[in-house]
Design a protein around this ligand. Structure first.
Ligand SMILES: C[S@@+](CC[C@H](N)C(=O)[O-])C[C@H]1O[C@@H](n2cnc3c(N)ncnc32)[C@H](O)[C@@H]1O
Length: 232
């Protein structure tokens, strides 16, 4: 897609993700999340050892490098040059030669090769406004084989508009005081103000309209959704 109305993905990537110092501390800030459940979900839905898996908005590669120990090929895609630098650093130090690193975005990634078995994306799709989420999801469906799996984790709002103030107040109350080891109330406020988390009751129809059946949906609290979807 190269229309003049095309979104500038880098401008929407979140300025912190473009900052090398932030990227260097990123895994510590987010508490070294364990991608084991995500890998297990792909296996449970038929992605085998010969599978090819795409990670969109891969960040520093927490999922991609763990997945490369299990699946034949993993492609780690991120729009941020700083994140891509971190990914390439890990790939070049021999952590895994099975991770291909590509600088591109949800809307601009061009896949070479056959249809994918799975796509994983964690805490990245909310960078796109809703219209662009639907375009991104449709592109993902187009990259997967029928029966291929989409595993999405994101900050998705599982509440009614009238509950927003109370839910956000609770969220802030549990924030970290230390910006190097967690997300602070300022980080949460910036997320709400400048990023594009959507409601669960909007997101699920978007998945359906893009060609996915939701096989599993799980929420932690009212803000963090995990979906395992199968491409029709
Ligand atoms: C919060 S980080 C999550 C990184 C990783 N998925 C993880 O869970 O550790 C969001 C990532 O999405 C990337 N990103 C933002 N907009 C993007 C886009 N349009 N296409 C691809 N990646 C994007 C950022 O550069 C950043 O690396």
């Amino acid at each position: 897609m190269s229309a003049p109305w095309m979104l500038d993905e880098l401008a929407h990537a979140g300025p912190e993700h473009l900052d090398e110092e932030f990227v260097a501390n990123f895994d510590r800030k987010q508490g070294f999340p364990d991608p084991g459940d995500d890998i297990e979900a792909l296996r449970r839905h038929g992605v085998g050892a010969e599978g090819t898996v795409l990670d969109l908005g891969a960040g520093t590669g927490r999922f991609a490098f763990a997945a490369a120990a299990v699946f034949r090929r993993v492609i780690a895609v991120d729009i941020s040059p700083a994140m891509v630098g971190a990914l390439r650093g890990r790939a070049e130090t021999g952590e895994s030669s099975q991770v291909d690193v590509v600088r591109a975005g949800f809307l601009s990634y061009r896949h070479e090769g056959g249809p994918l078995d799975a796509i994983h994306t964690r805490h990245a799709l909310h960078q796109l406004p809703d219209f662009w989420k639907t375009i991104a999801l449709r592109r993902m469906a187009g990259l997967l084989r029928p029966g291929g799996v989409l595993r999405v984790r994101d900050l998705v709002y599982d509440f009614a508009p009238a509950q927003a103030e109370a839910v956000f107040a609770d969220w802030m109350a549990g924030a970290s005081e230390d910006a190097t080891r967690g997300y602070t109330a300022d980080d949460y406020a910036e997320h709400i103000r400048t990023e594009h988390s959507t409601y669960r009751w909007l997101f699920e129809p978007m998945l359906d309209a893009a060609g996915f059946d939701i096989a599993e949906a799980h929420y932690e609290g009212r803000l963090f959704g995990t979906y395992t979807c199968v491409r029709r």
